[in-house]
Ligand binder design. Structure first.
Ligand SMILES: Cc1cc2nc3c(=O)[nH]c(=O)nc-3n(C[C@H](O)[C@H](O)[C@H](O)COP(=O)(O)OP(=O)(O)OC[C@H]3O[C@@H](n4cnc5c(N)ncnc54)[C@H](O)[C@@H]3O)c2cc1C
Length: 406
């Protein structure tokens, strides 16, 4: 693993301080107005929160995936909604461009994404079923000379209404099943035919929206195709492994927030003449939460260590995502029980964390999707680690252009 445990604790402290100083004071205003916190994302990028998986040549910090896990966890412990930026600005979007992109694509998109200057997205799911994203994919990309023309729609795409440089997956062949899908980098703000409809999601933060996306003759230059035609499945699967590390870590952070709330409440809420934390059944709930959260954390760290070593990590990422989702749901449920009726009071953010945990448990593959992957691997039918991970092998030629902010 890159970075020792004490280095990771230093990183956690820095992230905590940055969020307390620069983020929390302005988020209330964004929540009231329902506006996207561009300035916050930019300051997080400038502070290096999104660059841990990237080398210095693209303005990354090179701290590694262990640091990614710590940063994602700490952001989500404080603001589970802002945790989405760890995918759009740090993992699924820019890391996929880094791993699969040409030198030119990396230069054009990666530094701005991890710097928080342009907002990313990962456009895979469609209304026909996110669990079978490739089988149900209807969006098509038709090649016309030096361009592709995209038509179709996507569903649930987070930050699609803010995106400036993001990924879209589309069918380039109707006959080849999973091999008929290709990946593209699109720049929605400058492209005709791109529109979004935010999805109302009661309980979740109004600041970060997921959207239906409509693609109506959207033209994408051939040089924006990521990987070869037909490689979209491999591109997406690799991205989801990294996304699962991020989402599992975000689940650990949100679960830790629930535990912290429950512990503090159990210490101070007096019922029947003593703090409710004195009652054995409440103690059992707290003990189960503490151990399960730590176990989930260790699974994320194991996944990060494999990724830092360049080893196959799909099995570990799936274990981490599956267990962290279950542990976080149990933590949210136990916290709500410990708070009794006060769990429903707006003064306490129990429901807020619970809603974000439910969302995270589904994204990047539902619990059943993880169960299928884990069981088929365990049965010996489909080795989860059969594909070597795709990591950019070499350094860039000419690295970042002079005019990009460092
Ligand atoms: C808030 C939010 C943000 C999201 N952001 C993004 C994003 O940025 N980009 C993106 O591409 N997607 C995004 N998603 C989509 C997400 O990945 C999907 O919701 C998820 O993959 C599940 O797909 P679905 O909701 O269509 O459920 P479905 O696929 O319809 O599944 C419904 C239920 O059936 C079960 N099921 C399905 N197939 C099987 C099977 N073979 N065996 C057993 N059970 C099965 C599932 O586990 C689930 O419980 C987001 C979703 C949400 C809710």
């Amino acid at each position: 693993m890159i970075g020792s445990a004490s280095e990771h604790e230093d990183i956690r402290d820095s992230v905590r301080r940055l969020i307390e100083r620069d983020v929390l004071p302005v988020m209330g205003g964004h929540e009231r107005e329902g506006t996207f916190p561009h300035g916050v994302v930019r300051s997080m990028g400038e502070a290096g929160l999104f660059g841990a998986a990237f080398p210095e040549e693209v303005n990354g910090t090179g701290l590694g995936f262990g640091a990614v896990a710590v940063i994602a966890e700490e952001i989500s412990r404080q603001r589970p909604d802002l945790g989405v930026t760890m995918n759009s600005q740090a993992m699924t979007c820019p890391l996929t461009i880094w791993n699969w992109g040409t030198d030119d694509q990396v230069r054009r998109f990666v530094p701005d994404l991890i710097g928080g200057r342009r907002i990313g997205m990962f456009g895979l799911s469609e209304s026909g079923g996110g669990s079978d994203a490739f089988g149900s994919m209807k969006t098509v990309a038709e090649r016309r000379g030096d361009r592709y023309v995209l038509n179709g729609s996507k569903m649930w795409i987070t930050l699609a209404d803010q995106c400036e440089a993001g990924l879209i997956f589309a069918r380039t062949s109707r006959d080849d099943g999973h091999a008929g899908v290709s990946a593209f980098v699109i720049e929605p703000k400058t492209q005709k035919g791109y529109s979004t409809q935010p999805i109302a999601m009661p309980g979740l933060s109004p600041v970060i929206r997921s959207c239906a996306v409509f693609l109506d003759d959207v033209e994408v230059p051939v040089e924006n195709r990521l990987g070869q035609e037909g490689e979209g499945f491999k591109v997406a699967m690799g991205a989801l492994d990294y996304g699962r590390l991020s989402v599992a870590s975000r689940l650990v952070g949100a679960a830790q927030a629930c535990f912290d709330l429950a512990r503090d409440y159990a210490r101070t809420r007096v019922v029947g003449g003593q703090a409710i934390g004195r009652y054995q059944m409440v103690q059992q709930q707290l003990a189960d939460m503490a151990v399960e959260i730590e176990a989930a954390r260790l699974l994320t760290r194991q996944t990060a260590a494999l990724m830092d070593a360049g080893a196959p990590a799909r099995r570990a990422a799936s274990y981490a995502k599956y267990f962290a989702g279950a542990a976080a749901k149990r933590a949210a449920q136990a916290t709500a029980e410990i708070f009794g009726g006060y769990a429903l009071a707006a003064d306490y953010p129990v429901g807020f964390f619970s809603a974000h945990i439910a969302m995270l448990a589904t994204g990047e593959g539902s619990p059943n999707v993880q169960r299928v992957l884990i069981a088929e691997d365990a049965l010996g039918w489909k080795d989860a680690n059969r594909h070597p991970p795709r990591r950019r092998p070499s350094t860039l030629r000419n690295a970042v252009p002079e005019n990009v902010d460092r």
